[in-house]
Design a protein around this ligand. Structure first.
Ligand SMILES: [Zn+2]
Ligand SMILES: [Zn+2]
Ligand SMILES: [Zn+2]
Length: 72
């Protein structure tokens, strides 16, 4: 049986630091359940593994690279 109430869209992300799909921990901002680093829920970049060219936090769980994409 599958629970239709469960939201599968934002529960996991490919963490660039762990190089695998991990669970997202949402408490104070968004963190990887494996490495514990803050990550972007859109692209999976973390504090130590940022996007190519570098990025910063636009808001918790969203890096500046992904924010730029949204603004187009
Ligand atoms: Zn990780
Ligand atoms: Zn991002
Ligand atoms: Zn990024």
């Amino acid at each position: 049986m599958t629970d239709k109430k469960q939201n599968l869209e934002t529960n996991t992300v490919f963490c660039l630091n762990c190089q695998e799909i991990t669970a997202i921990v949402a408490d104070e901002g968004y963190r990887c359940a494996d490495c514990g680093e803050q990550l972007c829920v859109e692209c999976g970049c973390t504090e130590s593994e940022s996007c190519a060219g570098g990025c910063d936090w636009a808001e918790p769980g969203l890096c500046t690279e992904c924010e730029n994409e949204r603004r187009k």
